[in-house]
Design a protein around this ligand. Structure first.
Ligand SMILES: NC(=O)c1ccc[n+]([C@@H]2O[C@H](COP(=O)([O-])OP(=O)(O)OC[C@H]3O[C@@H](n4cnc5c(N)ncnc54)[C@H](O)[C@@H]3O)[C@@H](O)[C@H]2O)c1
Length: 254
């Protein structure tokens, strides 16, 4: 078998790489990539992930940026390509949860913010990374949606609307790259042991809301998501494009 040389290993970019799922994705991709760039609005969290990636023996770069900003998004895509070379894998993962509140009381400004970060942020990432990948004709993008992209959840109208939009963007981008060696897929995690789910559970109990279905499967771990992102980004998934890849231990199967 041919030895793996650096040139065979892609460069990866992970947004929201300072968070629980993004960090697990960055560390998982560090096993197969020559370099991993971590973008997060939380500079310290991004730097911590970059340190962990380097400790795992992979090159890393931490960039503080707001994924809602076209200028900052274009700048971090440029910076990664200047620093490490062509982006082969893009985990478009940054996102926020908003609040738990019934729709008739849902704060307008939180709804707007969810669309800004979870939809506009994902759109901008797709836009600037695809602009680089399309001339090269290859690359793999995995957008982090949620099982909230394919079902409603009481108390989470803003989040649910934003994640349905992420799936729509994924499918549209996938159609636009059909016939190339670029693939755009969405991963749809169910509840994962993470800061985000702890925050939503705390809010739900404070507001006497129940957004978790009774009798659902145990929470997953960030590594469960990272493993599937790594698969979707790999050549093993060469024929997978435009997929909504659910990772929820069967919660949405029934
Ligand atoms: N945790 C879950 O149970 C779960 C389930 C389904 C989907 N998801 C999705 O997975 C993704 C990661 O979530 P997580 O659980 O790791 O949450 P997290 O809060 O731990 O991580 C999200 C990261 O995104 C960063 N971020 C937020 N706004 C940003 C912005 N404007 N620009 C740049 N970075 C920004 C945060 O600083 C944070 O580090 C999100 O898209 C989330 O919606 C999470």
């Amino acid at each position: 078998m041919k030895a793996v040389v650096e040139a065979d290993r892609p460069v990866a970019l992970v947004t929201g790489g300072g968070g629980d799922i993004g960090r697990a994705i960055a560390l998982r991709l560090a096993q197969t990539c020559q370099a991993v760039a971590i973008v997060d609005i939380d500079e310290r969290a991004a730097a911590e992930t970059a340190h962990l990636v380097e400790t795992a023996g992979c090159k890393a770069m931490a960039v503080r940026a707001d994924v809602c900003s076209p200028e900052q998004t274009k700048a971090f895509v440029d910076a990664v390509e200047v620093g490490f070379g062509p982006i082969g894998i893009f985990a478009n993962n940054a996102g926020i949860e908003g609040v738990v509140a019934p729709l008739h009381e849902y704060p307008d400004e939180i709804f707007d913010r969810l669309l800004q970060v979870n939809v506009k942020g994902v759109f901008l990432g797709l836009k600037y990374v695809l602009a680089r990948m399309i001339p090269r004709g290859c690359g793999a993008i995995v957008n982090t949606a949620s099982t909230s992209a394919i079902r409603g959840r009481a108390g989470l109208s803003g989040y649910v609307a934003s994640k349905h939009a992420v799936l729509g963007l994924t499918r549209t981008a996938a159609l636009e790259v059909t016939g190339t060696r670029i693939r755009v897929n969405a991963i749809l995690p169910g509840p994962i042991e993470s800061r985000m789910i702890r925050e939503l559970n705390d809010q739900a109990s404070r507001n006497h809301q129940d957004f978790r279905r009774a009798g659902s499967a145990p929470y997953g771990r960030p590594e469960n998501i990272a493993d599937v992102v790594a698969f979707l980004a790999s050549d093993a998934a060469a024929h997978v494009n435009g997929a909504a890849w659910v990772v929820d231990a069967g919660i949405t199967a029934g």
